[in-house]
Design a protein around this ligand. Sequence first.
Ligand code: GLN
Length: 231
Amino acid sequence: GTDQAKQEAKVLRVGSAIDFAPFEFQDEGQKDYQGFDMDLIRAIAKEMGSEAEIQNIGFDGLIPALQAKNIDVIISGMTINDERAQKVNFSDPYYQSGLTMVVRSDEEAIKSFKDLKGHKVAVQIGTTSANMVKDMEGVTVTELNTPADCFMELKARGVDAVVNDRPVNDYYIKQTQAVGVKSLEDKLSAEDYGIAMAKDNADLQKKINDALKKLRENGEYDKIYQKWFGT
Ligand code: GLN
């Protein structure tokens, strides 16, 4: 009935692939998901008078989950692109990203993206990195479930490079103090992250955009940004 509908409206069902630090991750022994996206979507939900209920879903399962109405929004470092925009509505951009490479510290042959030819590369399945690398001639691509799996494969010498989102690569290098790996300067493409909603939910898209705008105006967005990316 109406009461139930009101109750449900107070919960914003969020899907995210919780393996993308510093955007979404879970530290050992920690109950709550944390990261830039997690703080941002909680603040957006609060602004909308609801509460974010976050579900951990594999990255390539996020859009299907949205289409099946199992979740209301996706926030998962998801790049806005035409292919996805045919299936979902995106919010205004909330973070400027791009792709870079991580290689082993002793790597001499790979210095830029054009050097990938003739090499093995790991990427996360269903991502813009995967699309990009699969289009490159002469590159052997291994698609794995998470960036963490990709970095492990690199260290195990199963591949020569990982292509992945720049801020995630930078954070990984910083966290591991660059033991055995380094990230390269060469940047491929500029990408904007967006929050995704179902195609038939223009109302929610407007609410999310309004909340995002408000958080940018009242300084809350900057606070969250500084927390995760400040120097
Ligand atoms: N930004 C990339 C994409 O949208 C990767 C996102 C992710 O792995 N969470 O494909």
